[in-house]
Design a protein around this ligand. Structure first.
Ligand SMILES: *Cc1c(COP(=O)(O)O)cnc(C)c1O
Length: 384
């Protein structure tokens, strides 16, 4: 992502009031064009998974390229209906009886997680919306996800029904089968996963209208094998005569956004420490949860350049540490630091722990930067 940015863009980013997420619409369009080419070449439909990227300012743009959205809650479904109004899908590990009728009205597809939930709610959603299509998320008992908290096929996982928990009569109700077992992976993982899905569920896939491959497809990453994906979609489409859906979140917003921050203080405790006006805990929780080390433009690994700092956030959490970075020049109070790849799984996970303010949200293109959202005390207060 650092390669894609010009010095003019960097100057523009440094001029914005911090902290701020800035999404570069030129880069977002590039991702969307690639995803649309997959749709055009295969007839597959691609949905934006709102879980990863819910910045609805961009929904009209996303809707120009993709088939719609998928949601994991009534709120997400409502956001997608309101701001994009194309196909709206939903999957949740369990639905609430007091929300199921409204979900039925809003959604085009509903994917259940168990036989039990199908029996409880299929009639209610069909009454609310006679044209709704019903799916079941299955657990193909195969995944290649090493991080346990991101592995839907971990032992004792609640996500997706195993074949031996599904009754024959449940398959009769279904329009489609859904699986989601991948995370930031290439199409070779999908190839091996599909073999396992077919081994267990091939006998019912012929009866379905659609198969949903879930998310976790890192389609817009530089080394992603798009041609293999195309071949796999075509094979499933033709073998079972089904509509194929993909619902990536991360791939849509991958490498399209920045988090611009400012150095507030520099202190010492054995090593040089730097406190910035953001927080791993509040503004990039995956740094702690995943965990990963976000890149900062112009920085290196610890020791790579002359001046190494441990960057920490504004909260009182001892573990609110972003990581260790080195710079060619010593940092000064007031310096702006630009984190890359901050569009997905950031805004959607934000919180106001310690009362730390939410970063504003901005967009950037050839014309310049426009701030589309700012936050303050009311946003903090309204949640408590
Ligand atoms: C998280 C999730 C997605 C999106 O996953 P990405 O890794 O962001 O592509 C899609 N479908 C389901 C059911 C999910 O839980």
């Amino acid at each position: 992502m650092e390669k894609a940015i010009t010095s003019r863009d960097i100057e523009m980013l440094k001029g914005i009031k911090t902290p701020a997420y800035v999404v570069d619409e030129r880069l977002l369009k590039k991702n969307l064009e690639l995803l649309k080419s997959v749709q055009d070449r295969t007839g597959a439909k691609i949905l934006l998974a709102l879980k990863g990227f819910s910045m609805y300012h961009e929904f009209p743009l996303v809707g120009e390229y993709l088939a719609g959205i998928t949601s994991s809650s009534l709120n997400e479904a409502m956001l997608g209906r309101k701001h994009m109004n194309k196909e709206v899908h939903i999957y949740a590990p369990a639905y609430r009886p007091d929300e199921i009728d409204e979900i039925g009205i809003i959604c085009d597809h509903i994917v259940f997680n168990s036989s039990h939930q199908i029996k409880m709610f299929k009639d209610r959603v069909k009454t609310a919306n006679p044209s709704i299509e019903i799916g079941l998320r299955v657990n193909p008992e195969y995944s290649e996800v090493a991080t346990e908290i991101y592995n839907p096929c971990a032992s004792n996982s609640r996500l997706g029904a195993k074949l031996d928990t599904i009754e024959e009569e449940d398959f009769e109700v279904l329009d489609g089968i859904h699986f989601h077992t991948m995370c930031e992976q290439n199409s070779d993982t999908l190839e091996r996963t599909l073999v396992e899905v077919e081994k267990r569920f091939g006998h019912v896939m012929h009866k379905m209208k659609w198969i949903n491959f879930g998310g976790g497809h890192h389609v817009t990453r530089e080394d992603y094998d798009v041609d293999l994906l195309i071949g796999l979609i075509e094979r499933i489409r033709d073998t079972y005569d089904v509509q194929v859906y993909l619902e990536p979140g991360e791939a849509i917003a991958l490498n399209t956004g920045y988090l611009v921050t400012e150095v507030l203080d520099l202190v010492k405790n054995n090593m040089d420490l730097c406190i910035v006006d953001t927080s791993a805990a509040c503004h990039m929780p995956d740094v702690i949860e995943m965990p990963y080390r976000p890149h900062i433009i112009g920085s290196g690994k610890p020791g790579e350049f002359e001046h190494t700092y441990r960057l920490g956030g504004l909260t009182c959490l001892a573990g609110d540490i972003i990581g260790d970075y080195s710079f060619k020049e010593p940092l000064k109070v007031g310096d702006k630091l630009i984190f890359t790849d901050m569009a997905h799984y950031t805004m959607v996970k934000n919180n106001t722990f310690n009362g730390v303010n939410l970063p504003s949200i901005a967009v950037m293109d050839d014309e310049g930067i426009e701030v589309v959202k700012t936050f303050g005390f009311e946003d903090y207060e309204s949640r408590l």
